[in-house]
Write a protein that binds this ligand. Structure first.
Ligand SMILES: NC(=O)c1ccc[n+]([C@@H]2O[C@H](COP(=O)([O-])OP(=O)(O)OC[C@H]3O[C@@H](n4cnc5c(N)ncnc54)[C@H](OP(=O)(O)O)[C@@H]3O)[C@@H](O)[C@H]2O)c1
Length: 314
């Protein structure tokens, strides 16, 4: 309710980072079969409503979605129509594969399509899904125009590499970023760029805290291409158990305790996973254990940490 009231009173206010919960609900799993470590099917309609209702009851205040997540926006829109208070919604502009002259119209159309699917007049956040698109002619001006028109609260970018974030931070008006981070992937934390985001007032969402779920898989379910990380996972499990927490709690702490990370975008396949993650949040270890975990997890080759470079499932 508070979020809705604030937005109604200040239609052009920046993204309300103070309203974020430590976990933001990722939604690609709601719109399409997902996962290169293990493939899950989207929940059915009742299952989806159960997950979203449970997430709201637990205090989650933001959903991360995208035009490219199958029918996730439409399914979320169906649920949003009947739910109050409404969470913050961040969606993403699909990759721009058209000529420069058509970009402003294209952005306008994509934004309208997302808003219509979600049944909203305004998105709280709108991210460029493919980071280099941010630098194409007319993109920033179109996004700023959408902010001024009250169609989006803030714009930003989803990145895979620290250099993409460094480039994005030079763009005026950037309000949000989503970046990959996990116990095994500390590139952004080590780069100093997350602190720079905080200094510039850019809200940082981290995703892939569980490396598409691979970090939580039992050893005998790890796909072949991820077998090289098995010894590291085993040592991390040992550390978690010595520290009186589970690997999930350690994985959450490994990212959420990074100064400047406002919220972790976590995807789930069902209500049980949501409950487990919320419970894990309550027993996160402190910084000393996280430091030990980071030392154990350092040095994993980057190709093992980037799901885009993993072989297709099956
Ligand atoms: N901007 C981008 O380019 C981009 C790219 C990818 C994702 N995203 C966003 O980020 C969100 C998160 O996706 P991600 O790829 O980063 O994945 P993630 O959050 O690292 O892992 C999610 C997967 O972990 C597994 N999981 C979650 N909780 C679990 C539990 N308690 N026990 C066991 N397994 C559990 C589930 O898969 P299983 O149960 O099948 O193992 C789930 O699909 C997505 O929903 C999407 O919103 C954005």
């Amino acid at each position: 309710m508070l979020i809705t009231m604030l937005i109604e009173e200040h239609p052009t206010m920046p993204f309300p980072a103070d309203a974020l919960f430590r976990i933001t609900l990722g939604t690609v799993q709601f719109g399409m079969p997902y996962g290169k470590a293990r493939r899950t099917q989207p929940p059915g309609d009742h299952g989806l409503v159960d997950i979203l209702d449970a997430a709201m009851r637990a205090g989650i205040t933001c959903l991360d979605t995208a035009r490219n997540y199958g029918d996730a926006e439409t399914r979320i829109g169906g649920w949003l129509a009947a739910s109050e208070p409404k969470p913050l919604i961040v969606s993403k502009l699909p990759p721009i594969d058209i000529g420069d002259n058509d970009i402003p119209d294209h952005i306008e159309k994509c934004l309208t399509t997302s808003l219509t699917a979600l049944g909203l007049e305004r998105l709280d956040g709108y991210l460029i899904h493919r980071a280099p698109d941010l630098h194409r002619p007319g993109v920033v001006a179109s996004l700023q125009h959408a902010v001024e028109a009250g169609r989006i609260g803030a714009f930003g970018v989803s990145v895979y590499e620290p250099q993409q974030l460094a480039d994005a931070l030079a763009v005026p008006g950037m309000g949000l970023v989503q970046l990959p981070a996990s116990l095994l992937d500390q590139r952004f934390a080590d780069s100093g760029l997350i602190e720079r985001c905080a200094e510039q007032g850019v809200v940082v969402f981290a995703r892939s805290l569980f490396l598409q779920g691979a970090l939580l898989l039992p050893d005998d379910e790890l796909p072949e291409h991820l077998l090289p990380i098995k010894p590291t996972l085993s040592r991390l499990r040992g550390l978690a158990s010595e520290s009186g927490c589970g690997l999930q709690s350690l994985a959450l702490a490994g990212v959420l305790l990074t100064p400047g990370v406002e919220s972790g975008v976590i995807g789930i396949a069902n209500c049980d996973e949501l409950e487990e993650n919320l419970a894990a949040l309550q027993s996160m270890p402190g910084n000393a254990v996280v430091e030990q975990a980071r030392r154990i997890a350092s040095g994993i080759p980057p190709h093992l940490l980037d799901p885009r470079r993993w072989p297709a499932f099956g």
